[in-house]
Ligand binder design. Structure first.
Ligand code: HEM
Length: 408
């Protein structure tokens, strides 16, 4: 029998073309590599995968988001999947996330290489695509400085007010929206070069340009999708809208919402946080890459493994959130103000935590406050509130919908 199959195999190899030999050789080498890795490391469990294509067939009809959540139910809170040949570990537990991204932050904070992103970022010169190192350090410093400048001045209030005016179409704004971040990043880069000349070789004009586009790329879609979720929830909850409006009227009145009012907008901010918890726009985060071998939750994590954090699942984990599927903004409110639950990580944690977190939280708050102070929102006639998320690629946003904004 063995002789028969051996002969068939031999005949096949003898007659096969060079291309077939190369493909079979590559597949065999890869299978051998996977076998050796399996023997050497005790990887987290996960679905069976094929050489080279890994688990890609499983996600051809479903989004990565849906599949990951199905696999999590079957294999647990830390799983191994193969996106093609790319070994990927998905973490759906806050303790494992903190162990990896905070306790072992430096080992877990590189980025995997994607050719398209590399090209898009002019050779991985953006913050989002760059690996840890001096250039990354300077770029984040410039971006964080610019973001802080924006937060400390009045620009954010002005921008949020312009959004309100634009949305309302009541008063037509004659001014161009101030390009606060772009200008501030360029200024911050010049300041950095003047105070630290060694930064010059790391922060070229290409890096500055990429930092500007980084901030816009990372800020616009996430903020937009978050606002989409917020208003989708609010149009279905007129009572919540009314409570927010009462608080806003008392705290802000006819003024432009700004940092002086924030401490009096506790309920409004808690509603926003609760919606961000239930509908996290970066549902699977942004992939990281490990630099060294580590152990997380008793599982081996080899160097050069892609790591994804399942924010969606962590933000609905019944171990850390009481009645996690219910809409309860009060869960964020304590007697002294807003509570911070350690599992609330829609902006991630560790060395690569979103540098725009404070700006996003303030900006979203001011926009929501500005709009609710002037309007009440309801679904447009014939519209249905559809909470089915669009999860194509890494997105997590609702489908477009129409609302009616009724002046108050
Ligand atoms: C609701 C709004 C936002 C959400 C939910 C969000 C979430 C995130 C997440 C999950 C990451 C990946 C962190 C990681 O790799 O572990 C990230 C990265 C980043 N975000 Fe945000 N973000 C938001 C708004 C913003 C804003 C307003 C800015 C800038 C003004 C910004 C700038 C960035 C940048 C530059 C990175 C890359 C950081 C790095 O690679 O080191 N984001 N964001």
């Amino acid at each position: 029998m063995i002789d028969k199959y051996g002969k068939l195999l031999w005949d096949y190899f003898r007659d096969a073309s060079t291309t077939t030999h190369c493909i079979l050789g590559a597949v065999s080498l890869y299978a051998l590599y996977r076998f050796v890795m399996k023997k050497k490391y005790k990887l987290p469990p996960g679905p069976r995968s094929l050489p080279l294509i890994g688990n890609l067939l499983a996600i051809r009809n479903e989004s990565m988001f849906e599949k990951v959540n199905q696999w999590q139910k079957k294999y647990g809170n830390i799983i191994t999947v193969y996106l093609g040949p790319m070994r990927t570990i998905v973490i759906s537990d806050i303790d494992f996330t903190l162990e990896a991204f905070v306790k072992n932050g430096l080992d877990f904070s590189d980025r995997p290489f994607f050719y398209s992103l590399h090209m898009f970022a002019e050779g991985s010169k953006s913050i989002l695509t760059s690996s840890l190192g001096d250039t990354f350090k300077y770029q984040r410093k410039v971006a964080s400085h610019a973001i802080r400048q924006c937060l400390s001045g009045q620009q954010l209030e002005v921008i949020s007010h312009e959004v309100m005016l634009y949305t309302a179409k009541v008063i037509k704004s004659q001014k161009d929206p101030p390009n606060c971040l772009a200008d501030t990043i360029i200024l911050a880069q010049q300041e950095l070069i003047m105070t630290d000349s060694s930064s010059l070789m790391h922060m070229t004009d290409v890096h500055a340009r990429q930092t500007v586009s980084d901030v816009f790329r990372a800020a616009v879609d996430t903020t937009h999708s978050t606002l989409d979720w917020i208003f989708l929830v609010l149009v279905t909850k007129p009572d919540v809208q009314a409570c927010m409006q009462k608080e806003i009227d008392e705290a802000v009145g006819e003024n432009i919402p700004g940092k002086d009012h924030r401490s009096k907008l506790v309920y409004t901010e808690a509603v926003i946080l609760e919606i961000m918890r239930l509908y996290p726009v970066a549902a699977l985060g942004v992939p990281h890459l490990t630099r060294n071998d580590s152990v997380i939750g008793g599982h081996d994590i080899p160097a050069k493994t892609t790591i994804m954090i399942n924010h969606y699942s962590i933000l609905r984990d019944p171990k850390h959130w009481d009645d996690p599927l219910a809409f309860k903004p009060e869960r964020f409110i304590s007697e002294d103000g807003l509570l911070r639950n350690r599992s609330f990580i829609p902006f991630s944690v560790g060395p690569r935590v979103c540098p725009g977190e404070s700006l996003a939280r303030c900006g979203i708050l001011y926009i929501v406050v500005g709009l609710l102070s002037k309007f009440s929102f309801s679904l447009a006639p014939g519209e249905k509130a559809d909470f089915t998320p669009d999860t194509s690629f890494f997105a997590y946003r609702p489908a477009d919908y129409y609302v009616v904004a009724k002046p108050r």
